[in-house]
Design a protein around this ligand. Sequence first.
Ligand code: THU
Length: 132
Amino acid sequence: MDIETLIGCATQARVNAYAPYSGFTVGAAIADEQGHVHIGCNVENAAYPQSQCAEATAIGAMIASGGQKISAIAIAGPESGAPCTPCGGCRQRIREFATPDTPIYICSGNKIIAEYTMADLLPDSFGPENLS
Ligand code: THU
């Protein structure tokens, strides 16, 4: 899976975002351990707290399709303003299926504008290993 393709998938998923309340559209694309890509967008709700982030939608798509690990994730946010880094809850959601060195690409206008590892965004995190 090449990074350009992953970014393109995230950018394309953003087009379908349902964000009538915030107007802030986000797309995400995950490459799983088999190289398959799973996409998601944010899905808002009139009952605002029921809204779902793009990353959560993409993770659900990955699991439903049989993917088990996130080998890379691209997140595409608006073309202006601050980079759309994942919210705290989504950092934890990604972490469940990632490793400390999993790359997280933040994109805008089909380009990478910031790049992190999982450990950069959620250091000293709690995960499945803590329960074993
Ligand atoms: N949002 C995402 O989908 N992903 C992020 O990484 C940050 C925020 C969504 C949630 C909400 O629908 C809108 O962006 C504004 O917060």
